[in-house]
Design a protein around this ligand. Structure first.
Ligand SMILES: [Fe+2]
Length: 382
């Protein structure tokens, strides 16, 4: 019954003992016999688990096929292993509840049920308060929002991701708790106007026609008008929703506002919004890599985006979360094993099981193309 350091465990390994967070815990994090997925590995790393007993370890061969071989025995003293501690910004339960809350809000808007709309918005505000509290408790923790969502609920996940990233940015800019609560509330509702558009436009994966594009562009104004009509949210929150597609140089919509005329919260949401749209695109469009999206934001700061906001965003976002899989520019797939250098992480290349530090000069020519799902990483055919 070998013990492997967590960094040596690949997805699909079977746990041979219950895994506890601490000696005092009565409830195991994972039960004996559980097949440890990439998500579990990530969760275990977040909780500081450094190694575990495994039944057998599954590896990938050079052609990318999963093979099984007995795990190597390692020193049982795993203390001091160089594991990076990371932590997701929100608990899975909160994430699920926010997605459910947005779904309910969408339904209530469709049913023109004002009471349910107000109730859903209040419930979302409570959940946002939970996220803000968690962030304030752990102000140094990096924020990552990788979801790789591709289902019909993409817009809900987008709203949630934008809220989390906007809060992280606001926190880095020193906003007060009260301001963060309001920023989080308008950020999670920033695309509310889309819930009033025909579903076939919302779910369309082909490029929109010019007419559909025009209709889509009404969503920020629609959101503002509806919240005002229902007398929900403060005017500052509503204006953030109204202005989240405005650009510093006046090229945005709906009013072509310039510079400081765009409210700060609108400028914050704009950066998170663009980053999420670029990196979390639903199929068939392939998402842009976090590195390229970051370059886009930096290249357009002071032009489209507020420079201070872009800098704050970069301070807090973990672009390649620990435990995520990436496609490299040389066609290889790799697991992120250390993301301290946010845009040039340390990776374990699948198949050859070699660790590379993208920050080293010899890997200067290698870059991350995009984050991929675990399934795609293991099904690679190059
Ligand atoms: Fe939007």
């Amino acid at each position: 019954m070998p013990i492997l350091a967590l960094e040596d465990v690949l997805p699909n390994t079977v746990a041979s003992q219950d895994i506890y967070e601490s000696n005092k815990s009565k409830m195991p994090l994972l039960r004996k016999g559980t097949v440890i997925t990439a998500e579990y590995l990530y969760g275990l790393r977040r909780r500081g688990i450094e190694g575990l007993h495994v039944k057998e370890a599954l590896y990938t061969d050079e052609d990318g096929f999963v093979i099984s071989r007995p795990a190597k025995k390692r020193d049982t003293s795993l203390a001091g292993m160089p594991f990076e501690k990371s932590r997701a910004p929100i608990l899975p339960k909160t994430r699920r509840e926010i997605i459910k809350g947005l779904r309910n809000l969408h339904l209530a808007i469709g049913g023109r049920d004002k009471d349910s709309v107000v109730m859903s918005i209040n419930q979302l505000a409570d959940l946002i308060a939970d996220i803000v509290e968690g962030m304030l408790e752990n102000p140094e923790n990096p924020i990552n929002i990788t979801t790789l969502q591709s289902d019909q609920e993409f817009v809900y996940h987008h709203c949630l991701s934008v809220a989390v990233m906007s809060l992280a940015t606001g926190q880095a800019m020193g906003l007060s708790t009260y301001e963060l609560m309001q920023l989080g509330r308008c950020a999670v509702l920033h695309d509310l106007g889309k819930f009033m558009l025909p579903p076939d436009i919302l779910l369309k994966t082909d490029p929109l026609t010019p007419e559909e594009e025009d209709l889509m562009r009404t969503h920020s104004e629609l959101g503002y008008d509806s919240l005002k009509l229902w007398n929900v949210c403060t005017e500052n929150e509503r204006m953030a929703i109204f202005s989240h597609h405005e650009r510093l140089n006046g090229s945005g919509y709906p009013d072509g506002l310039e510079g400081d005329k765009i409210p700060l919260w609108g400028r914050i949401i704009a950066v998170s919004e663009v980053y999420d749209v670029m990196t979390n695109t639903p199929p068939p469009v392939l998402p842009t890599s976090p590195g390229k999206a970051s370059e886009y934001l930096l290249a357009h700061s002071g032009f489209f985006f507020d420079t201070e906001v872009v800098q704050a965003f970069h301070k807090r976002i973990e672009f390649y979360p620990l435990g995520s899989f990436v496609l490299l520019s040389d066609g290889q797939f790799a697991l992120v094993t250390n993301s301290k250098n946010s845009l040039r992480p340390i990776l374990r290349v699948l198949g050859i099981n070699t660790e590379i530090d993208l920050n080293e000069p010899r890997f200067q020519g290698t870059s991350v193309v995009r984050i991929v799902s675990y399934r795609e990483a293991l099904n690679r055919r190059r």
